[in-house]
Design a binder for this molecule. Structure first.
Ligand SMILES: CC(C)(COP(=O)(O)OP(=O)(O)OC[C@H]1O[C@@H](n2cnc3c(N)ncnc32)[C@H](O)[C@@H]1OP(=O)(O)O)[C@@H](O)C(=O)NCCC(=O)NCCS
Length: 295
């Protein structure tokens, strides 16, 4: 085929803007360009909870993003690091991460790394790795895996939220009441009550291609299954997702038996300390993430 003309377009000048100053539809287009299933509403949840920057080119097109959420005074969760595919492997990702560290001044950081980003984070000092399985799929109608329940599983009520925040705090080491306040109105929840106390819970809300089960907090996988099962039953025939640490073998088997598959593997990582550490190793822990971004 005859070449008529050639043009080299590899010099970009990027400017940083506050992420709230760019349109949600531009952010959505960027995450679609890297194959992520986030809806504009999923971006909005993060914009309501955290800060961030967007890199724009000379004509104000968004070509990169990074966000952060503060959990307490000295810890920030970094998320939504994205660079436009045609810009990748030229240093923009590293540059955005450096700005994120610089601009929010937390002492320690956590994030959930995709495979594409893990090497970058390792080279910046992130460690304390924990493998997370992204399970998702169409929930099969019909038979459900059996589950042992000791106690009463009932829907979460509005006045339960303080107990959920306390349980989440014990599981992860942070007060995430802001996250719960934001997710509560759009989530349905089930709690396991034993001796008049909530000992486990699972929330579920719209996210990406369907619904996500998360956060799920429990001291045992049996308890986690007991509170997640009603969500699975409510979504028979539709798309459901849950992100769980790979060490939760029984919980993963339950998700797979329900019709989800292990779609991807990502890595929870921390800088300066292990993120998401239970206060008591025998007590409640995170069985499913609120999302990869929120941890
Ligand atoms: C991950 C991502 C942000 C990296 O952005 P980038 O602009 O390519 O980053 P950089 O050019 O600064 O590269 C950073 C490092 O990662 C390496 N890298 C980039 N893409 C890679 C890939 N696909 N696989 C392995 N390593 C990769 C680079 O070689 C570089 O290493 P070096 O600094 O030692 O040379 C980008 O690939 C992306 O948006 N991916 C899709 C969304 C995503 O997965 N985001 C991460 C969320 S946790």
């Amino acid at each position: 085929m005859e070449t008529i003309a050639r043009l080299r377009l590899d010099t970009f000048e990027l400017t940083l803007r506050d992420i709230r100053d760019v349109g949600a539809e531009q952010l959505h287009a960027l995450s679609v360009s890297v194959g992520w299933s986030h809806r504009e509403g999923d971006w909005q949840t993060l914009l309501d909870l955290g800060g961030g920057v967007a890199a724009v080119d000379e004509i104000e097109r968004v070509v990169g993003t990074v966000m952060w959420l503060r959990y307490g005074a000295d810890f920030a969760m970094i998320c939504m690091l994205i660079t436009l595919p045609r810009l990748q492997e030229q240093g923009a990702g590293r540059w955005l991460m450096e700005r994120a560290h610089e601009l929010n001044g937390a002492a320690a950081f956590g994030l959930t790394a995709t495979r594409a980003a893990r090497r970058l984070y390792r080279s910046m000092g992130y460690g304390y790795e924990q493998k997370i399985l992204q399970c998702q799929g169409q929930i099969a109608p019909g038979n459900r895996p059996s589950c042992k329940v000791e106690g009463l599983v009932r829907p979460v009520r509005f006045d339960d939220y303080e107990s959920l925040v306390r349980l989440d705090h014990a599981a992860n080491g942070y007060d995430r009441s802001a996250v719960f306040r934001r997710l509560a109105p759009e989530s349905k929840g089930h709690a396991l009550v034993r001796n008049d106390q909530i000992v486990a819970f699972a929330l579920c809300r719209r996210f990406g291609r369907g619904h996500v089960i998360g956060p799920v907090v429990a001291a045992t996988e049996d308890d986690a299954i007991a509170v997640s099962l009603p969500h699975v039953e409510a979504h028979a025939g539709s798309f459901l997702r849950a992100d769980t640490p790979a060490s939760n073998i029984a919980f993963t088997n339950f998700l797979v038996a329900s019709g989800m598959q292990i779609h991807d593997t990502v890595t929870s990582m921390g800088l300066k300390r292990a993120p998401f550490k239970p206060v008591n190793p025998e007590g409640p822990r995170r069985i499913a993430l609120a999302s990869q971004a929120l941890g």
